[in-house]
Ligand binder design. Sequence first.
Ligand code: PEP
Length: 246
Amino acid sequence: MAPRKLAAGNWKMNGTLAALDQLDGMAAAAEDASCDVLICPPALLIHPMIARVGAGDLLIGGQDCHAAAQGAHTGDIAAAQLRDAGATHVILGHSERRADHGETDALVRAKAQAAHQAGLVAVICLGETEAQRDAGATLDVIATQLAGSVPDGATAANTVIAYEPVWAIGTGRTPTTDQIAEVHALLRDRLTARLEDGADVALLYGGSVKPTNAAEIFAIAHVNGALVGGASLKAADFVPIITALD
Ligand code: PEP
């Protein structure tokens, strides 16, 4: 089995019911595509999205879940609740959550475990800051985050890894193709050494992916897709990225 290709959109805290109009074009592209296509909207939009596009080829996911299965955690969402709403995936450990909510590798790992138990695919995000890259620490940072954030029990079926340099998110800046290749080779090596089917875990690149740079990024070894923020909000931007991956 080769890693399944995945074009994933992270809507972050953007979108209201009016934004559902963007889904029709994305759902049509997902139906035509052989790669997987995923949109992770704010949690309130998960159910309306599924009601809009039905149980077709466009997958819908969450942006976070709690590490506990249920209980007294006001404002949080359990993995099983995402699954119940129809989500198939959940983004975990995004750098914005690591920064805004102090999420550690250990917490991300616990959340991924909860996601797996609920039957969700965990899309685990890793990435270095600009200061860490400037200090020459990128590979050490990524290796540490990977080891700490991926739980035992991870498989190619229940886990996707997204390499997202913090300095490339929402900035219009991207690493060179060599820099992306170097990190993805490290991820592939470490996953293959640790997991029985680590060679088949999908590896995404994320950070300022656009229709104009997608094809070049998808041509890099061990890049099996993208986690896309801003350019996933509009069908006119996201559909060409899906097409470039397919
Ligand atoms: C992201 O938030 O995961 C992301 C990659 O954002 P953008 O594509 O806007 O850089």
